[in-house]
Design a binder for this molecule. Structure first.
Ligand code: PRX
Length: 631
């Protein structure tokens, strides 16, 4: 296939071209697509403002490249294979023709409900094909989609809706997750009490739970679809028109809306999917992420569909009906490329090999890992027991802000090394810097990971607050994009991501800001102040350790823990519940009042030997007390 790297030599020569002549390199890839009008210039960029533009003045609609472009040659090919939560329920297969028709219909539904180009639409949905249909329909009508993971609370949902003034909310009556049913509409109704911008709610029927439908505001997905025409001419978009917003946690304040635009994101997700996974026409590709995260956007929906691939959407969880669900599904659907997160691997590893043994897994060709560092034990378990020592593992490093994979092996091309994301993909120019921002050029070093040149799907802004984008990513080091990750580069020039160096935690692959969790914990009526840090956790990668100062003495610690968990679940999501809570009488603060998290991190890890310099602490005895009372 054109643009597919087939050897290490080709990787090196393509990489060289992409660095020496990025505009020629990316223009050639962009030629793959249908454009309503070609671009004038390929790239214009400035990391100081930041102001980054790719394929300037190009006109297109990404859905024509995900759908229409394929109709003639692969109209009857499955685009989506949907695997439901219950293995007893039949799966659904949706061909490119059918997906195209459904997206056109739903585009009409959006238009009939008042959506015009540039409007924001929020999606809070189960993992059903209708979520993909709705995402693509937004893109087709030129609306900006903002998908919110359906595990977030009503308050998180309303915060996200309000931040970008969404006009429509698309949801479902409920969702199935393992043996649980969640009434999504009830959560939406709670959120909708404080979302003045929402004019309409479109509700997909999934669980048939009893729900309230508010007259004039709430409409059913199926009745709207029945009324809608099956043709919809895709709206013309500029290359730099916004395609979607996706909220993600940072080290300060509330989650920010990362903005990606149409053309650069399209070109980059297409190219990385094609290469990293060595996509082949008859692949069955399964990315187990939820569409609520960037991995789902880029490698369940856009990357695969731009390539004309068959993508699997899974509604359930890895442990239902038992810990063999992934492996059973791989055999059942004959999955050839499988992409999941280390936290899932570790939890399935802990369930034992009896859940793996019944399955052949002989359709597999490539295994992927994403979202957090993969430890050596999990890497080998995955490699030996799932890949049967014959499938390369692509440990893909990237971020919501990067839109697509930046550092990763290319399957069958890049020699892999356990726990290493290995080498940058073409077009990606990583550098390591020290705290002062000076480049560390040699190998065999550790540093802060930055990028010195834009790739097509780099973040453009944070919605409604460009200055926040500049501050968070482009101001730490001059003329560099700062990732927030610490990284090692070994003697071979291979990159290994160590983890976040800022106040962002990565819990089971979910990104959470310490400030965000602290603000939520502090809502508990008996908590005066709190400090939260991440600490190593066998399954989750990182667990959350909360140090809290209480107003009144706590007599029933389990009741207190339950209450704290309820507060967190209500304000953020159950994914942000602390794994450990320690009541303390004070926090280690500097004389200027700053919490020294470095010390708390050490204590949470159980490493009291080297707490570093504590001489600037206002009250060093606090530290002794915390250590004494740590269980
Ligand atoms: O710390 C890195 C970690 O996940 C962060 C990005 O999180 P998010 O925006 O939620 O996107 C996750 C999915 C792309 C990064 O800053 N991370 C992601 N992939 C890896 C990783 N850490 C180590 N190895 C990876 N392969």
């Amino acid at each position: 296939m054109k643009h597919q790297i087939k050897s290490l030599e080709q990787y090196h020569s393509d990489y060289k071209l992409s660095i020496e002549n990025p505009e020629i390199f990316w223009a050639d890839i962009a030629e793959t697509f249908v454009w309503k009008k070609k671009w004038d210039n390929v790239l214009d960029w400035n990391f100081e403002k930041p102001d980054i533009k790719w394929f300037i003045n190009g006109k297109l609609n990404i859905t024509e490249n995900c759908l229409d472009r394929h109709l003639e040659i692969r109209g009857d090919k499955p685009a989506i294979i949907w695997e439901p939560n219950s293995s007893d329920e039949p799966n659904r297969i949706i061909t490119y023709k059918e997906l195209h028709e459904a997206v056109c219909r739903f585009s009409n539904v959006l238009q009939n409900n008042g959506i015009v180009k540039g409007d924001r639409v929020c999606l809070y949905m189960p993992m059903v094909p209708e979520l993909t249909i709705a995402v693509l329909a937004c893109a087709r009508v030129g609306a900006i989609h903002s998908v919110v993971f359906a595990g977030f609370s009503a308050q998180s949902l309303s915060d996200r809706i309000n931040d970008s003034d969404c006009k429509i909310l698309i949801t479902a009556d409920g969702l199935f997750r393992g043996n649980k049913t969640v009434n999504l509409k009830e959560i939406c109704d709670e959120a909708l009490k404080t979302t003045p911008s929402i004019e309409k709610v479109i509700v997909y029927k999934r669980t048939a739970d009893t729900i309230d439908m508010k007259m004039g505001r709430d409409v059913w997905w199926h009745s709207e679809m029945n009324k809608a025409a099956t043709k919809f001419d895709a709206i013309e978009m500029d290359s730099e028109d916004e395609l979607f917003i996706l909220y993600t946690s940072g080290s300060t304040g509330k989650p920010k809306g990362v903005v990606h635009t149409c053309a650069g994101y399209m070109v980059y997700t297409y190219y990385t999917f094609l290469n990293v996974f060595q996509y082949e026409e008859d692949d069955i590709f399964w990315c187990t992420a939820d569409v609520g995260w960037v991995t789902g956007h880029s490698y369940i929906i856009y990357g695969p569909l731009l390539n004309g691939a068959t993508t699997v959407m899974f509604e359930g969880i890895p442990t239902y009906p038992d810990a063999g669900r992934f492996w059973a599904t791989i055999d059942k659907l004959q999955v050839s490329k499988f992409y999941t997160a280390p936290t899932a691997i570790r939890s399935l590893m802990a369930s034992g090999l009896d859940f793996v043994k019944p399955y052949k897994l002989d359709s597999l060709k490539v295994l992927g890992s994403v979202g957090e560092p993969i430890n050596e034990e999990a890497w080998f378990w995955y490699h030996d027991n799932i890949g049967k020592e014959r499938c390369p593992i692509v440990d893909t490093w990237w971020q919501t802000e990067t839109g697509g994979i930046l550092i990763s092996p290319i399957a069958y091309v890049t020699p892999t090394k356990p726990t290493f994301a290995t080498l940058p993909l073409p077009g990606v120019q990583p550098i390591l810097v020290n705290q002062q921002g000076e480049e560390i050029v040699e190998n065999g070093v550790e540093g802060l990971l930055c990028m010195k040149f834009p790739w097509p799907s780099i973040i453009r802004t944070t919605y409604g607050d460009h200055e926040r984008c500049r501050q968070a990513y482009f101001s730490t080091f001059k003329n560099l994009y700062f990732t927030g990750d610490g990284c090692r580069r070994d003697e071979d020039g291979y990159y290994r991501i160590i983890g976040r160096v800022d106040d962002v935690m990565n819990v089971s692959g979910h990104r959470l800001g310490t400030a965000e969790v602290e603000n939520a914990i502090n809502e508990h009526p008996n908590i005066i102040e709190s400090a939260v840090v991440g600490y190593p956790h066998d399954i989750k990668g990182q667990g959350i350790y909360a140090f809290v100062i209480c107003d009144k003495q706590v007599n029933d610690i389990s009741l207190f823990t339950k209450e704290v968990n309820e507060v967190i679940s209500k304000i953020i999501s159950p994914i942000a519940k602390p794994d450990r809570i320690q009541i303390v009488s004070g926090l280690p603060k500097t004389r200027s009042g700053k919490i020294m998290r470095r010390i708390l991190r050490k204590i949470a890890e159980g490493d009291f030997s080297n707490l570093g310099d504590t001489s600037t602490l206002l009250d060093p005895t606090v530290v002794d007390e915390i250590i004494r009372n740590r269980k």
